[in-house]
Structures are given as structure tokens and as C-alpha cells.
Design a protein around this ligand. Structure first.
Ligand code: FAD
Length: 372
């Protein structure tokens, strides 16, 4: 039987669309199967950081993967701009993790030195700075900022433009986007796969499951145990301000159009999208202590969203052992890793080399018999 497509990618969020773009660019006939505009998507609710300094404790390969992604960002930004005329507002001045107590500085310093002490780790460049050194780079910090970690590898973009840019690049590379194609079931058929969707069946030689928090349900149908769970985060956005924050920090950053984003809580077990004023108040209070100039600024928008969180926080990329040709891709840093997904992972999927080339990210690490 001839398949409708070479590859069907399930999930039109940042992860699925980046992979679908990379596959279409490589000459594959690609369908991107997605839900409709009302779907829950982490991809339209995130903080836009391209972040390296917190990644890789427990898995040095993830630190290298993130660092490589950040290094690819300039090339990727140029490629998307050339194809779509969309400016991703990428900057990479380095990033700060601000601390409001000595204990926070100590915890930060310990976390980073543990990352760097791991065998096989390419040392992460970073500095632990005191108040005065931070103020030289961020003159608007308040007196309560005790110190910070600074890593020159970190950056930021406009992730809504990234989302738009990826979809446009996919379309211009010959890809077929199918909205209202929520995949209900997935099965092997005639050496390929059949995805049964709310709008009919689609056949493809290979399938990539990048359906965010629905990936575990779909993966189980083709022998993949993608251990992801929703983890709630919340964000506040202020009215536009004059440019004052020229470096991203992990919880406060100024977007290219001037608004200031404050985020982002980590909440387990609540799968709703309702914002919580108690959590928002704490986030706003910490931001005001970091930057007192925010005290009298209007908040114009808030939201809650669900991250796609893997069991150990590191990405999952794998091919099914029982159903070769079925792949999975999940991570909680889909902004940071977009160039990796489009430029590195997609060709590995096209060539069926994921398990061989990226063994650290496989699902077998979650087997109970695996000891770390
Ligand atoms: C508050 C917050 C802040 C964040 N900040 C950052 C940050 O600063 N930097 C960073 O790198 N990352 C950040 N992230 C994470 C980043 O947003 C995610 O890693 C990324 O969006 C995940 O993309 P995804 O495509 O896997 O999932 P989603 O965006 O959730 O997309 C999943 C897609 O699959 C579709 N889908 C689901 N089920 C099916 C089905 N059965 N059939 C067809 N389609 C289906 C959905 O409709 C959706 O389009 C943040 C996330 C949150 C929530």
C-alpha cells in the first residue's frame, strides 16, 4: 500500500513543528497532524528563554545538547528569517539567575558546581557575582538582590514569533499542516502506520509522536513509554516600559516590544489552566524586590499553562523497538532546543539513527532496572 506521506508528525507545538520543518527541508513528504486553535499548548504560553545554565544535572549529555542548541541559534534565526521574513528577536547577551538571600546564592553556586563536577561534562562557563558586580550589568536591581549566577551562553527570543516562523517555514518547505486532526489512535499497517484522527485516517511510512502531554497515551500504542506529565507554570505580563533590562533573568525579562514578563511558578498536580492569585502575588513580589521600578507598573495579562515535563526533566528522543519507524520527542525546553529539533534531530529521524546517535535520551533510562 502506498502511504499518504513519508512521515506524519503528531503535534503542532514547538517541538513537533520544528521537527516537521527539518523533515520537510530534508525532502520528506510530511503531514503535521494537530488539534484545533482551542488546544492547550505550552508553546504559546512560555517565557521565551534560551537557557543553558540550569540544564544537565544528572545527564551531562543534556547540558551539551542545550549548549549546542544555543550555539545553533544564530544560524537558525538567519535561516528562518531568509525563508519567512520573520524576525525571531533572538539575543544572546548571557543570562542571570538573581538571588534574594545568601541561602539562594549558596544553593545556586552548589547546583552549578555539581553540574560541572559530573564526569564527561564540558565545563559550563559561569560566574557567581555579588550585588555590586550584578549592578554594573543590571543597574536597576534593588538592594535586596544579594547576588546572582551569570552564564554568557544564555539568551532569549520572541517565542510567539518562533512558533509563527516555524509554521511558516514548514509550509514554505512543502509541508502539509492538518488542523482538527487530533489523533485518536495509532497502529502499524503494511510496513507503515495509520493514524486515525477526528477528520479521517492518515497513512505514513514513519510517525513522530510530539503531542506534548498526550504523547504517553499515543506512545503506548506503538510500544513507547514516554513518561511525561503536565506541570503548571504561571506568567504575568506588564504594560510596555522603556528598555531597561538588557539581559534576561530566569524569572524577569523584558520582551523586544517593551513589556516585562514575570514568571514562572512550578506547580505539581494541578492540571487546570486557572491562574492563582496567591502564586501570582508571590511572583510579583519577588520581581518587585529584584527590580523596584516594577512596583507601580500595571499588569496587563496573566496566564497559567502546563509544561510537558519528563520524569527526570531531560528530553526524550527515541524510536520504538517493537514498532520501528515510530519515534517520540518530548522536552520541557522547546524554545531553547528548537534549532536542535529542526537541524539535528529531524535528519536523525529521517535516517532512523535516533537510538544509535542519541542513546542518553532514550526511554530505556526509565526502566526500573536502570541505575543512575
Ligand atoms: C510557563 C512556561 C514557561 C516556559 N518557559 C520556557 C522557556 O523560557 N524556554 C524554553 O525553552 N521552554 C520554556 N517552556 C517550555 C516550552 O514551552 C515547551 O517545551 C514547548 O512548548 C513544548 O512544546 P510541545 O510541542 O512539546 O508541546 P505543546 O506546546 O503542548 O504542543 C503539543 C501539540 O500537540 C497537539 N496534540 C496533543 N495531542 C494531540 C493528538 N492526540 N493528536 C494531534 N495533536 C495533538 C496539541 O494540540 C499541541 O499543538 C515553558 C513552558 C511553560 C508552560
Amino acid at each position: 500500500m502506498t502511504s499518504d506521506y513519508d512521515i506524519a508528525v503528531i503535534g503542532g507545538g514547538l517541538v513537533g513543528t520544528a521537527i516537521a520543518y527539518g523533515l520537510a527541508k530534508a525532502g520528506q513528504r510530511v503531514a503535521l497532524l494537530d488539534e484545533d486553535d482551542r488546544a492547550r499548548r505550552a508553546s504559546v504560553a512560555n517565557f521565551s528563554l534560551i537557557w543553558v545554565q540550569t540544564k544537565g544535572l544528572g545527564m551531562p549529555e543534556y547540558a551539551d545538547w542545550s549548549r549546542g542548541a544555543a550555539d545553533l541559534w544564530p544560524q537558525f534565526r538567519d535561516e528562518i528569517a531568509a525563508l519567512t521574513e520573520i524576525d525571531l528577536a533572538f539575543t544572546r547577551p548571557g543570562g542571570f539567575h538573581l538571588c534574594l538571600s545568601d541561602a539562594e546564592v549558596e544553593a545556586r553556586s552548589s547546583h552549578l558546581s555539581r553540574i560541572n563536577a559530573q564526569p564527561g561534562m564540558t565545563p559550563l562557563p559561569y560566574e557567581i557575582l555579588g550585588h555590586n558586580a550584578v549592578r554594573e550589568m543590571l543597574p536597576d536591581i534593588g538592594p535586596e538582590v544579594v547576588g546572582a549566577s551569570y552564564c554568557p551562553l544564555d539568551g532569549q527570543c520572541n517565542s510567539m514569533r518562533l512558533f509563527w516562523g516555524l509554521h511558516t517555514a514548514f509550509y514554505r518547505s512543502g509541508g502539509h499542516y492538518r488542523s482538527r486532526h487530533r489523533v485518536q489512535s495509532l497502529a502499524a499497517r503494511d510496513g507503515g502506520f495509520i493514524a486515525t484522527t477526528e477528520s479521517g485516517a492518515i497513512s505514513a511510512g514513519k510517525v513522530v509522536i510530539a503531542a506534548g502531554n498526550d504523547s504517553r497515551r499515543l506512545g503506548a500504542m506503538v510500544g513507547i513509554d514516554a513518561q511525561v506529565r503536565p506541570q503548571r507554570g504561571q506568567v504575568l505580563v506588564t504594560e510596555r516600559m522603556k528598555p531597561f533590562l538588557h539581559y534576561p533573568t530566569i524569572t524577569v525579562r523584558q520582551a523586544d516590544e517593551g513589556s516585562v514578563m514575570l514568571g514562572d511558578a512550578i506547580e505539581e498536580g494541578d492540571t487546570s489552566l486557572a491562574v492563582g492569585t496567591d502564586v501570582l502575588a508571590k511572583m510579583a513580589d519577588r520581581a518587585r524586590r529584584m527590580f523596584p521600578g516594577l512596583a507601580n507598573v500595571n499588569v496587563v495579562r496573566t496566564w497559567a499553562a502546563q509544561r510537558v515535563m519528563t520524569r527526570d526533566g531531560c528530553p526524550i528522543y527515541d524510536e520504538s523497538r517493537s514498532h520501528p519507524g515510530a519515534f517520540v520527542a518530548n522536552c520541557h525546553s522547546g524554545v531553547t532546543l528548537a534549532p536542535r529539533h529542526a537541524l539535528t534531530l529531524a535528519p536523525l529521524i529521517a535516517g532512523s539513527h535516533v537510538a544509535a546517535e542519541l542513546p542518553a535520551f532514550g526511554t530505556e533510562r526509565f526502566d526500573v532496572s536502570t541505575v543512575y
